[in-house]
Design a protein around this ligand. Structure first.
Ligand code: GLP
Length: 250
């Protein structure tokens, strides 16, 4: 079966953003119930915010226990202090971890430092994921360039956690949060594609008409490093959760 047909058979389309987030939360809850010490790979951006709200609600209302779960985030801007309101560290604290107790959560380091130290820290992040037993479920959003994490077009499929340069489209999309594109960092630290692809389950979610074109290219287009999310077509363990707007060009 051609890869794009496999990808399409793994799509769940929800009528709206709320339902999309509930379905993705269901998938995460199912994992945590069957494996209370699960390792989650988490993403930032507007898309997963509703999933995090759903997880917090289920924790509060249904007493779902996440206290043995370990979380690794995908990426962080560089340079970026973890205390900055723009950091993904702050994003995760505000949107999830201030309300949900987990065993441990980590975000790649964005503090300015020399290239050798960055490399050592990236290796240590990879080692920490391995020592935790690997990622059970990796949650992904998708950027308009087709990036996953901050693996921009041209990222090698064998790439590991590293410092990368952001695509101008990605910086343009982040500009409103930073009060102008000139304030958006030009670099980031991201978990690599090979690390993402090793996860035992991968959930890519997308919402809204602005994602419809890249969703079409990622799921039905040529499998190429020029559209990093298209490489997921080669992986059977990927499930795509879309709302009807993001799915409208499939
Ligand atoms: C950022 C993140 C990605 C995320 C993407 C899409 O670039 N590094 O992990 O998938 O934004 O963000 P949004 O969900 O806001 O569209």
């Amino acid at each position: 079966m051609p890869d794009s047909l496999t990808a399409l058979s793994h799509v769940t389309v929800s009528p709206d953003y709320h339902t999309l987030c509930e379905r993705v939360a269901d998938r995460i809850v199912e994992l945590v119930l069957s494996k209370p010490d699960a390792v989650l790979g988490l993403a930032t951006g507007a898309t997963p915010k509703g999933v995090y709200q759903a997880l917090i609600r289920r924790h509060q209302e249904q007493r779902l226990d996440f206290s043995r779960v370990t979380c690794f985030n995908l990426d962080e801007y560089y340079p970026m202090s973890p205390d900055s309101p723009h950091s993904y560290h702050s994003f995760m604290r505000e949107n999830l971890f201030s309300s949900l107790e987990v065993r441990q959560w980590s975000v790649p380091g964005g503090e300015p430092r020399g290239p050798e130290q960055i490399e050592r820290d990236c290796l240590a992040y990879e080692a920490a994921i391995r020592e935790a037993g690997g990622i059970d479920l990796q949650l992904l959003g998708i950027g308009r360039t087709g990036h996953i994490g901050f693996n921009e077009p041209g990222s090698p499929r064998g790439s590991r956690t590293r410092l990368v340069t952001l695509d101008p489209v990605t910086r343009h999309d982040a500009a409103p949060d930073f009060g102008g594109m000139e304030n958006v960092p030009t670099q980031a630290v991201t978990v690599g594609l090979a690390t993402i692809f090793e996860a035992r389950a991968i959930v890519l979610m997308a919402s809204g008409k602005s994602k419809a074109d890249i969703v079409r290219r990622a799921l039905t287009g040529v499998v190429t490093e020029d559209v990093p999310a298209s490489l997921l077509q080669n992986i059977d363990r990927v499930r795509y959760f879309l709302d009807s707007d993001a799915a409208e060009r499939l």
